[in-house]
Design a protein. Structure first.
Lengths: 362, 421
């Protein structure tokens, strides 16, 4: 980075903080603090906050949606001086509308990252800056991509390996996350899109394992018994894919040779195992990108010209080489990403945000 | 022959209570039996209803849960089924060999259990699993016990209340008045027959059987009382009759039947008393012996019946001439009479004797249409201190003899100086 621009940033930061404060942001993380994906997402956000000179506090709901709503209430109950400037939310398990209502009535500005409100809630909730003035906007990874990319990859591998059954078709079972989270629904839609597109694939059944490894393993065990022809196993995240592989190995199978598994996310175990036929990830970065957008917003560069609700491709399909690159660059920290490069305030020539994860691996 | 021993005493109330209890027990048995039949039927119907409910609600949900491979949901559904009181145990066998159970595994009865097929949710042919439901027999027995207990308790309470009521009512309305009546009766005797029967009962607007018994008893009492009173009157009248008869007899024993004067036996007794009384009181006592003159001639010429008529007439004249209740006349024998004049001096006696003599002389007696006249002679004596009845009569008789000797139809008195001595 050039010394000049650094000086410029410093000057702007000084200007912005002439009131004596940096932007304070709270992220209500729906996941568990020891859950790889959500911890990674939070770490990336922290790295972005550090680089952009913002204060970030992460509160983990530990996959308890009541707790997530309670956090929103706690923040709303704070005295005005102690309230954060922005609260980043994710509409997991349908908690979004209630958190939005609570925070907006307290005058706290909000931003949905990862998962925004689904279309069916819009008649009641409206869009950003309409009914709820403090709802600034949303950024979602294009979730269909994750489902589509991974499904397409295992279908191709299955074809190559000659996994067609007696009926001349490839048989697939899918272990999805849940039925409520929009990103889950969209990943499934992507997967189904790939199945239809392929034409020679039968989707025997879709089950929902609630993102957990154990339940996925149990369900896979049933699925293998119920659908003996199934050789392609699509999973909504990496943990569920690992659980399904475990069940397959228990039956004496070898993942990658006689059955092909796919997952989403970039946990170390998934990246390292090499048994997963396909893995899509990188969308954990959504939160960090949201930090960039809020930074620009706070410094007078509204993202409204690109749209209030951004749905950007962020997933990338990891092959073993990419996985290695990822692990070497981001295995521990995310401070090797220069988030400042993506800010419109800091880069006035930038006209459109580019949030593709793939570029980070170039 | 010995009297039969008295049977054991048992109050009416206890008899009635015993019978009421027996009927109540019988009713309770019948009701409990009916309840038991109803309960068994109800339980069968309830189990059938539960099975229908399971088939209608749980099986579709189970079908979806099994298809979606939601073990938790399957377990929840089974637990909900097992929570039905009519269900003891439920077991789901999934097609690929997974088995879920809920309820008490010990109560599982594979032979007697109902089997429900769980179809595929999307209407595919075949079944995704089978559901085996074992009925809970415990609940049948528990319901049976509850119902029977309620019946028994209900009847028990009812019987208790009824028996208490019966005992109370019988005690106040029947037992106490009857005992009172019994005590009253046992204490009743001829002396206190008229004692009124007072039952201590509160005043009331109606009469009952006890009042009828009491009224009847009073009527009986009055009747007996009247009867006893009549009996007294009868006894009194009979006694009076007896006494008058006795009096008559006594009169007869002391009276001469022809003349109505005292007879000779009574003369002896009574004269002795008079003499004693005269001596004790120091009163003068005079005595006449009177003899009808020539009476033998009347008997001989006119017959004895005429003689009797003259004797009766003469006696009547003599008794007419003496003081009533003081002086008295006795027939001494034949045509001879003795006249006793207590508390009479010789002078007065002489006057009385003279009046008697004249009265006889002037009297005319009739017999058979014939008029008969007669005279009498009198010997008069005054009682002396040394006299007894016999000596007094003997002296008067001696004076009579003198009067006869002096020509009859006259009065001769014994000298008075000897009395003064």
């Amino acid at each position: 980075m050039k010394p000049f621009s650094r000086l410029l940033v410093l000057a702007i930061c000084l200007l912005a903080s002439s009131g004596g404060w940096a932007q304070a942001i709270v992220f209500i993380d729906p996941g568990k603090s020891d859950e790889v994906y959500w911890a990674t997402a939070a770490n990336a956000m922290k790295a972005a906050a550090d680089e952009l000179g913002m204060r970030l506090e992460v509160r983990y709901a530990e996959r308890d949606h009541l707790r997530a709503i309670q956090y929103a209430r706690d923040i709303a109950a704070l005295p005005a001086a102690k309230r954060p400037d922005f609260v980043i939310l994710s509409n997991d398990n349908g908690t979004g509308p209630e958190m939005l209502r609570v925070l907006d009535s307290a005058g706290v500005k909000t931003f949905f990252a990862f998962s925004s409100l689904p279309p069916e809630s819009r008649t009641e909730m409206g869009g950003p800056r309409q009914k709820f003035k403090g709802w600034l906007g949303s950024l979602e990874p294009h979730a269909e991509d994750a489902g589509y990319l991974t499904a397409k990859s295992i279908i191709e591998q299955g074809r190559k390996a000659g996994a067609r059954r007696a009926d001349g078709k490839l048989h697939m079972v899918a272990i999805a996350g849940d039925r409520a989270t929009p990103s889950s629904v969209r990943r499934n839609a992507g997967m189904e899109h790939a199945v239809i597109e392929a034409g020679d694939v039968v989707l025997d059944q879709v089950v929902y394992a609630g993102w957990t490894r154990d339940k996925a393993a149990e369900q896979a065990e049933w699925l293998f018994a119920r659908h003996p022809d199934a050789r392609l196993v699509w999973a909504g995240n990496d943990l569920m894919a690992l659980g399904a592989m475990q069940a397959w190995e228990k039956r004496g199978g070898v993942p990658g040779r006689d059955a092909w598994f796919s997952g989403v996310n970039t946990s170390r175990e998934a990246m390292d195992s090499g048994r997963l036929a396909a893995l899509a990830g990188g969308h954990f970065i959504t939160g960090a990108w949201a930090m960039v957008m809020l930074y620009d917003y706070a410094h007078g560069r509204d993202f409204a010209d690109e749209g209030l609700e951004l749905d950007r491709p962020m997933f990338t399909l990891f092959d073993p080489a990419r996985a290695r690159t990822y692990m070497s660059r981001f295995g521990k920290k995310f401070d090797r990403i220069d988030f400042r490069r993506y800010s419109k305030v800091l880069n006035p020539r930038l006209k459109r945000y580019d949030f593709d994860f793939g570029q980070l691996l170039q | 022959m010995t009297p039969a021993p008295l049977a054991q005493f048992r109050t009416l109330a206890s008899s009635l209570v015993r019978r009421t209890l027996a009927v109540a027990i019988l009713c309770a048995l019948v009701a409990a039996t009916i309840q038991a039949i109803v309960v068994v039927g109800d339980e069968r119907a309830a189990f059938d209803r539960v099975l229908r409910n399971i088939a209608d609600t749980h099986v579709p949900l189970l079908s979806v849960a099994v298809w979606d491979i939601e073990p938790e949901a399957i377990r929840r559904q089974l637990q909900r089924i097992a929570a039905e009181p009519e269900v003891a145990h439920v077991r789901l066998s999934e097609r690929t060999g997974h088995v879920f159970e809920a309820g008490d595994a010990r109560l599982r009865d594979a032979k007697d259990a109902k089997i429900l097929q769980v179809p595929y949710p999307a209407g595919q042919p075949g079944t995704i699993g089978t559901l085996e439901v074992t009925a809970n027999r415990d609940i049948l027995f528990r319901h049976l016990a509850e119902k029977v207990l309620v019946v028994v308790l209900g009847y028990g309470l009812l019987s208790l209340v009824l028996c208490t009521l019966i005992a109370m009512v019988l005690r106040t309305e029947l037992e106490m008045p009857l005992r009172h009546l019994a005590r009253f009766t046992s204490e009743l005797s001829p002396e206190n027959l008229t004692r009124p029967l007072e039952l201590s009962r509160p005043p009331r607007a109606w009469r009952d059987e006890i009042d009828l018994v009491a009224a009847g008893f009073r009527t009986l009492q009055d009747g007996i009382h009247t009867h006893v009173a009549n009996l007294d009157g009868l006894v009194a009248s009979r006694t009076a009759q007896l006494e008058s008869a006795l009096e008559e007899i006594r009169e007869l024993t002391i009276t001469d039947s022809l003349t109505g004067c005292f007879n000779r036996r009574h003369l002896d007794l009574k004269l002795a008393e008079e003499v004693l009384r005269g001596h004790r009181a120091g009163h003068p006592l005079c005595l006449f012996v009177c003899d009808l003159d020539h009476f033998k001639r009347i008997n001989d010429t006119l017959g004895h019946l005429a003689g009797d008529e003259v004797l009766r007439g003469a006696a009547a004249v003599l008794r007419r001439e003496v003081r009533e209740r003081i002086d008295w006349v006795a027939r001494f024998g034949g045509e001879e009479f003795v006249i006793v004049l207590p508390n009479t001096t010789l002078v007065d006696a002489m006057l009385i004797a003279e009046r008697m003599r004249r009265a006889i002389e002037e009297s005319v007696f009739e017999h058979g249409g014939r008029q008969i006249r007669v005279t009498a002679s009198f010997g008069v004596a005054q009682c002396r201190v040394d006299d007894d009845g016999a000596s007094l009569v003997a002296r008067a008789d001696a004076m009579l003899y003198r009067a006869k000797a002096a020509g009859r139809n006259r009065v001769v008195e014994a000298p008075a100086e000897s009395f003064a001595a």
